[in-house]
Design a binder for this molecule. Sequence first.
Ligand code: ATP
Length: 455
Amino acid sequence: MSELHEYVGPATMEKIASLAKRRGFVYQSSEIYGGQSGAWDYGPLGIELKNRIQREWWKEMTQLHDNIVGLDAAILMHPRTWEASGHVENFTDPLVDCKKCKARFRADQIPEENLAEKKCPSCGGELTDTRKFNLMFRTHIGPVEDTSSIIYLRPETAQGIYVNYKNIVQSCRVKIPFGIAQVGKAFRNEIVTKNFIFRTCEFEQMEMQYFVKPGADVEAFEAWRKRRWAYYEKLGVKMDHLRWHRHGPDELAHYAKDAYDIEYLFPMGWRELEGVHNRSDYDLSRHAEFSGKDMQYIDQDNSERYLPYIIETSAGLTRNLLMILCDAYDEEKVAGQGGAEDWRTVLRFHPALAPVTAAVLPLMKKDGLAELAEDIREELKEDYVTDYDQGGAIGRRYRRQDEAGTPFCVTVDYETKETGAVTLRFRDSMEQVRVGRKELSARIREEIKNYRRIL
Ligand code: ATP
């Protein structure tokens, strides 16, 4: 029995990381060289999960809104962008080092008394003075490494939207209020990367910037707070694990007029999952100033001109993936063989997010059952991501699928040969029903649509 079968309370980050590696969700980057901190690789199940989280978000933010359009801007942007945005000057974290044990900390994340007494929280050694550390990755473009060739890896996707907003107004006939959605990589030279994939140097963001008339910003801000909250509810996330945190005056970013975070109760405590920010007209006015271009919006109906205010919803895609893993993780006592006590680890993903939707399992390899099962899998492939497993006892195969979060198992047995009916097994309840082969795909579709999480 693995250590996972000893129930010791809720999910820990160690268990999540170990399951993620074992089942091919997430691997450490460059592991054979000892690993690269701050970077992670997404395996076969991980990339499916990540794509699905992204797809649900994209659907929610674009398909379900007539006035939100998509964009995919380049990671490399003109360096003036980051001067205008304030990142060159302000995107810093306070950093302290221990002179004795060489540990490095963010000064705002260690107890105040340690900072006041300059005492290392790990070893008690002396700390250095606090210094500002810019989080942007800087590199050079072209063959010459001088100040004129400096370029940054973008620390947020938002700026790609701001610099394109006029292109979109001119080419897509959008009218205020409207939004622009984007998903993409962002890079931050984080001082402390820990807690698995929670805070990494390379990550992905799902951002939507909503352009409104000044004065309409407060109402739009409240509306977006409600929508983003409802989104997580729709995904079946445990709602008592979510809460709002409003930024106090000391926490507000240099661009923000008002800001709330949606926080999730991760195994290490409450942490930010997504930010909803009122960025005012800060970004557009700065881009107007630094580029010399007119960034005003012209209302075609009355020729009114103004700089729009921007409401931003900014969620980490990779952080959402971690949240979904933690939220789905469960260990449950079940009846094993001969009624003996057994445990199962199950990932209770919403079926719309599960990496594999249906696994087809022949009860036996022999008597043509394997061929029949492969045939049924072929049929399901058009509609769903499927898996096929014919190795080992059926109970063990169910457990393997539970651990990968597969919501439906389709078992092919001797009766299937006779009548064409398969057994459809539900991951959460472990209930089994007989379903005719012809109805199988439609039945799965219906089950996904009507899915309600059992808490
Ligand atoms: P923090 O204060 O934790 O450093 P932040 O407030 O700077 O984060 P934002 O700039 O608001 O974060 O970024 C929006 C979202 O992007 C966050 O809510 C988070 O989901 C995600 N994100 C930010 N930084 C990282 C990171 N280093 N690794 C993974 N996701 C991140």
